[in-house]
Write a protein that binds this ligand. Structure first.
Ligand SMILES: NC(=O)c1ccc[n+]([C@@H]2O[C@H](COP(=O)([O-])OP(=O)(O)OC[C@H]3O[C@@H](n4cnc5c(N)ncnc54)[C@H](O)[C@@H]3O)[C@@H](O)[C@H]2O)c1
Length: 264
C-alpha cells in the first residue's frame, strides 16, 4: 500500500495515479489547503488530514490493516512566494509536518520518500548541480526543505526508518497550477494557445531545469520500491534546460524582474 501525502496536489496526484495503475492500494492524505479533491484519482482513498496534526494523521493507521506500507511525502507549503508570506506556517508544515509523517512511518514500519527541492542549493555554484554541490538556500522555502531533509535523515537514523529524499527541479505537466512565479511552462503554453507572446523576465538568458511530472512520479515509485536503499538523497532532473535569447520574438518585458520558473 502507498500513502501519498499531498495526494490531492499536482505531483502527489500523479504518484497516486501511477501506483494505482500498478495495482497498489493508495491512500491520499491531504488537508486540501492548496490541493483539489478532484485531483485524487479514482480508486484512491482520500483522507482529509493536516500533517501538522498527529491525531489526524493517526487515522491512516486504522486504514492500513496490517499491509506493508510505503509513504511518498509530498504535502507541503510548496511555493516560494507562499512560504515567504507565511514563514511560520511554512516551517510548521514543511518541517514539523515532516517529523509527524516520519513518526507515522515509524509506527507503520514504512519506507518514506520525501519531496525535497532544488531550492536547497540556492544560487548554483556549478552546473549541472550534483548531490555534493554546495547547499546554500536563499529562500525560506529552501530552508524549510533543507530542514525537512535533515529531520528525515536524523529521525530515520534514530528510529531505524528507511528513507530517501528527492530534490525536485521545476516540475511541469497536467494539473500544474498557473501562477506568475514557477509555472513558466504553463504560462508559455497558455500564451501560445491564446496566440499571445509569452512574457520573459530579465534578458532571456536564464536557464532552468524542467522535469516532466510522470518522470517525477516514476522516481518516487522507484524510490519506495527499492526500499532496501538506506537514507540517500537523489536528484531527479531532466538535465535539459531552456534558454530564451534576448531579442527573440518572445522576449521582452519586465527587465530585472523575477526569473521565470525559479525552482520550487
Ligand atoms: N512543483 C514543483 O516544481 C516542485 C519542485 C520541487 C519540489 N516540489 C515539492 O513537491 C511536493 C508537491 O508539490 P506540488 O507542486 O504538487 O504542490 P501542490 O501544492 O500541488 O501539492 C501540495 C499538496 O500538499 C497539501 N498540503 C499542504 N499543506 C498540508 C498539510 N498541512 N497537511 C496535509 N496536506 C497539505 C496541499 O493541499 C496540496 O494538495 C512539495 O513537497 C513541493 O515542495 C515541487
Amino acid at each position: 500500500m502507498l500513502v501519498v501525502t499531498g495526494g490531492a496536489g499536482f505531483i502527489g496526484s500523479h504518484v497516486a495515479e501511477i501506483a494505482l495503475s500498478r495495482g497498489e492500494r493508495v491512500i491520499a492524505v491531504d488537508d486540501l489547503s492548496s490541493g483539489d479533491p478532484r485531483n485524487v484519482p479514482r480508486g484512491a482513498q482520500l483522507v482529509v488530514a493536516d500533517v501538522t496534526r498527529p491525531e489526524q494523521l493517526g487515522r491512516v493507521i486504522e486504514l492500513v490493516r496490517g499491509e506493508e506500507v510505503a509513504i511518498a511525502h509530498l504535502a507541503a507549503v510548496a511555493s516560494v512566494v507562499e512560504a515567504s508570506r507565511s514563514p511560520a506556517r511554512a516551517l510548521e508544515v514543511n518541517v514539523v509536518g515532516t517529523a509527524n509523517v516520519l513518526e507515522l512511518a515509524r509506527r507503520l514500519d514504512a519506507y518514506l520518500a520525501l519531496a525535497s527541492s532544488a531550492a536547497v542549493y540556492g544560487e548554483p555554484s556549478e552546473l549541472p548541480l550534483k548531490e555534493s554541490s554546495p547547499i546554500r538556500p536563499i529562500s525560506l522555502y529552501g530552508v524549510s526543505k533543507l530542514a525537512a531533509e535533515q529531520v528525515t535523515f536524523s529521525l530515520a537514523a534514530e528510529h531505524g526508518i528507511r528513507a530517501s529524499a528527492l530534490r525536485l527541479f521545476n516540475v511541469y505537466g497536467p494539473r500544474m497550477k498557473p501562477g506568475p512565479y514557477a509555472s513558466v511552462v504553463y504560462n508559455f503554453l497558455t500564451a501560445a494557445l491564446r496566440c499571445e507572446a509569452p512574457v520573459i523576465y530579465g534578458d532571456g538568458s536564464a536557464t532552468r531545469d524542467f522535469v516532466f511530472v510522470a518522470d517525477v512520479a516514476e522516481a518516487f515509485l522507484r524510490a519506495v520500491e527499492r526500499s532496501s536503499t538506506w537514507a540517500r538523497a537523489g536528484r531527479p532532473a531532466s538535465r535539459s534546460s531552456l534558454t530564451w535569447s534576448p531579442g527573440s520574438p518572445a522576449s521582452g518585458s519586465s527587465p530585472g524582474g523575477p526569473l521565470p520558473g525559479q525552482g520550487t
